[in-house]
Design a binder for this molecule. Sequence first.
Ligand code: SAM
Length: 197
Amino acid sequence: MVDRYAIVRKIKQYAEDNNVPIMLQEGIDFLTTYILKNHVKNILEIGTAIGYSAIMMALVDSDVKVTTIERDEVRYLEALKNVKSLGLEDRITLIYNDAFNVKLEETFDLIFIDAAKAQSIKFFEMFERNLNRNGAIITDNLKFHGLVDQNEDEIKSKNLKALIRKIKDYINYLKNNEKYKTEFYDVGDGISVSVKK
Ligand code: SAM
């Protein structure tokens, strides 16, 4: 019998030791509760990293399936190893590619966007065609470690300033997108849930 908790702890430790950004505990709790409450069965994740959130989502229920995309080879290989160590390879499909090169025919109950934060509008527009009726698009890091709410003049790095502007643009995009009803949650690093109207 595999000790799932021990393996998950190891994955989190690897992320910490190797500076791999993974979802905060509060965010994971929110996401897994959402999956359970809404009977989500098929999930598309953009941004696998080392498979932590994909694994946590798949562990919600034995009939949850996750397809997840990662463009970084080292992270993808680590994710592959982690998924196998938990015996989840039948339920988690890992795609090693840039998400912008991936065309999927399948539709999903939930699309979780957790990749390059400056590109969220593009991911949203590219993958919304893969969303089921009544499906939801969830996005993480809308607070970006508190920087989104900080006075812009206090942010010294030009690149960081540009990134924060892009996240603000995405928030406005969601607020003004009339095809979806978006709720914003002050949990973890800031999460939005956009449900098709
Ligand atoms: N969801 C993961 C978790 O919580 O365990 C964390 C994902 S991490 C925040 C973001 C990941 O997205 C990085 O590993 C990065 O390489 C990947 N990424 C960024 N842009 C991407 C793209 N265009 N296509 C595929 N992967 C991308």
